[in-house]
Design a protein around this ligand. Structure first.
Ligand SMILES: [Zn+2]
Length: 136
């Protein structure tokens, strides 16, 4: 689960990758930092760059004034968990030029299909594409 599904922007931190210090807490339903702050580990999925918005009061960037930085090499590695698949798809598709998008979708679908069930890959792709193509 991701705190962004229940908490508004500014009420959770965003980090680039899950780390050992960010324990998943089943009783709250998401990861928390050492100080108890809710932490989202999907910057590409929530569309916010990493930042300490809740724990340090970093102002939440307005979506009209920034774009996510180019995906890091880490963000482009196929994730272990299905929960991170949408974020990976967003990162991968964001590196594709507009005229390469269909080839990039086909490659991403093939690659994800080696690890995840085809049905899960297709529904993640549908959700991501409806958002990503609307941004272009
Ligand atoms: Zn998240």
């Amino acid at each position: 689960m991701c705190p962004a599904q229940e908490l508004g922007p500014g009420r959770f931190d965003v980090v680039a990758r899950p780390g050992r210090e960010l324990a998943y807490r089943p009783e709250v339903g998401w990861r928390v930092g050492p100080d108890g702050t809710a932490v989202c580990v999907h910057p590409y999925r929530v569309g916010m760059p990493p930042g300490r918005y809740a724990s340090a009061g970093t102002p939440v960037p307005s979506t009209t004034t920034w774009t996510l930085p180019a995906p890091t090499a880490e963000a482009l590695e196929l994730p272990e968990h299905l929960d991170d698949l949408e974020g990976w798809l967003v990162a991968v598709l964001r590196t594709a030029a507009p005229d390469e998008i269909f080839g990039a979708v086909a490659r991403a679908e093939r690659q994800a299909g080696e690890r995840f069930a085809p049905g899960a890959v297709v529904s993640a792709l549908r959700r991501v594409l409806s958002r990503e193509l609307a941004r272009r």
